[in-house]
Design a binder for this molecule. Sequence first.
Ligand SMILES: N[C@@H](CCC(=O)N[C@@H](CS)C(=O)NCC(=O)O)C(=O)O
Length: 258
Amino acid sequence: MSPNASLTLYTFAMSHYSEKIRWTLDHIKADYREVCLTPVFHIPKALHLGGRGQTTLPVLQTPQVSVQDSPRIIDWLVQNRGPIDLVPPSIAPEVRAVEKSFDAIGKDVARFLYAGSFGVADAHIVKLWTDHATPGQAAFIRIAYPAIRWGFRRKLNITQASATRAHQRISEVMAWLEAQLADGRRFLVGNTFTVADITAASLLAPIACPSQHPVYGDPAYQAGMVAATAPFNGRPCLAWVRNLYDTQRGAMRGGAFE
Ligand SMILES: N[C@@H](CCC(=O)N[C@@H](CS)C(=O)NCC(=O)O)C(=O)O
């Protein structure tokens, strides 16, 4: 990262959609700076930069525009920093279709993991939510945690029934992924590493817990999520995710985790 990087990526350290864009920027060796925000305190920044009435991260701030929503950020990179080898024009529709199907389970992954860890691993969650906070923000999160947790439950619609449905949808996508990988292929589309692979691996990384990731690779995270991730233990697709991290992930260059 250079101090004058032209791109700024606003993330949550633990967000899998943020990891998708972080990995993409790292792969194309973009000169960017990452700023990890703290839940709740991210809202004004995301609303202001995103300009779409949405509060989600990641948001990529560029000299021209700020772009919110990971597929839109990929679009922007292809149009403004392209051609990028992660979206080869000849197979772009297939790559983007696989990206879309994994993006679609991101909320279920969050829903399922929070359902399994709220009330069980609250101290770990508070730590995750405050790792990049100022002392004042951290104090607020600690005091207001029960209310924030309640808000998360409502926003993500976390109930026993929705967690069961989330488990089912994640399992279906994992089964699809494992069927693709059954012929021994390394990459999902076109025998080359693409945004399809990055999206699949990033969106499943909170469950696969690759050691390279600053949050999911942390033994404290893994201990906190042990019960929540247990139903997926031993799935071959998670071994593929970890292998992709071993062979393709490389360094995180945005500076947030140095
Ligand atoms: N469609 C969005 C989804 C991003 C998303 O859901 N981000 C979550 C974190 S993983 C978030 O920002 N949640 C907080 C909020 O919605 O205010 C994308 O692909 O970027």
